[in-house]
Write a protein that binds this ligand. Structure first.
Ligand SMILES: Nc1ncnc2c1ncn2[C@@H]1O[C@H](COP(=O)(O)OP(=O)(O)OP(=O)(O)O)[C@@H](O)[C@H]1O
Ligand SMILES: [Mg+2]
Length: 235
């Protein structure tokens, strides 16, 4: 079953057509990479999906409905669009407790998610002292508070060092093995090749290809496939 569907989604900002007639679906229990170069429309598509931007045409659905129609959205969808949304003066744990209280999630879950993201040792340090990798993990912890079925991550590997990237890869795979559906955007093709099951490639807001990694790359690399698909420009 499709956990997420983009149906003829279009989004214009003034004259800029960020997303054009995007139709794609994300299978439950898989890690799907939403891939495309800078400005391809990845973040805009995800923002439409999460009800943070209003589509100009078409629609995007999660678990069969629009985001705003979800009951208890935090228990259905966890999302990380950027990792700057924390209160620097509070500790990691305090930040999560505030989020949990707002969503009526018991405090015990805060300790669970801190453990899941390997942040227990730094839980009582102020978030402003966290490294980028620690901030990313704190964001992931926040997204997991409601134990959601679906995770949506915009460029979670950005700025991470090789250890952080390897950790993230293993982490996402563990979550997918537990049955979670993960949609992760990136422009880092080599990294995505070893992380995701399925691929959606967009360029200039348009769908270039969708399929399993094997279908898309054959015996080559994701970078080869991507360059072939985008050769000659998409416009
Ligand atoms: N709020 C906005 N107002 C005006 N234009 C926007 C806005 N958000 C995005 N755009 C434009 O829409 C296009 C797609 O941007 P988007 O951020 O979705 O791309 P992206 O694939 O996420 O890129 P990146 O890899 O750099 O994050 C770009 O041309 C961008 O300038
Ligand atoms: Mg983006």
């Amino acid at each position: 079953m499709a956990a997420i569907e983009f149906l003829d989604l279009g989004k214009k900002y003034g004259k800029v057509r960020s997303v054009r007639k995007l139709t794609a679906s994300i299978t439950e229990g898989k890690i799907t990479g939403l891939l495309g170069p800078n400005g391809a429309g990845k973040s805009t598509s995800l923002r439409c999906l999460l009800g943070l931007a209003k589509p100009t045409s078409g629609e995007a659905k999660i678990l069969g409905v629009h985001y705003k129609e979800l009951k208890n959205p935090l228990t259905q969808i966890g999302a990380v669009l950027d990792s700057r949304g924390f209160h620097g003066g509070l500790t990691g744990k305090q930040n999560l407790k505030v989020m949990a209280a707002a969503a009526k999630i018991p405090d015990a879950r805060v300790d669970e998610v801190l453990k899941l993201v390997d942040l227990e040792a730094a839980a009582n340090k102020k978030a402003k002292g966290y490294s980028l990798g620690m901030k990313q993990r704190l964001s992931l912890a926040g997204a997991l508070l409601g134990n959601p079925k679906v995770l949506i991550l915009d460029e979670p590997a950005n700025g991470l060092d090789p250890i952080g990237i390897a950790w993230l890869r293993g982490f996402l795979r563990t979550l997918a093995n537990e049955g979670k559906t993960i949609l992760v955007s990136s422009h880092q093709l080599a990294e995505m090749q070893s992380t995701v099951d399925d691929v959606i490639i967009i360029n200039h807001g348009m769908l270039m290809a969708q399929g399993s990694m094997k279908e898309i790359i054959g015996e080559g690399t994701l970078e080869d496939a991507f360059l072939k698909l985008t050769a000659g420009g998409a416009r």
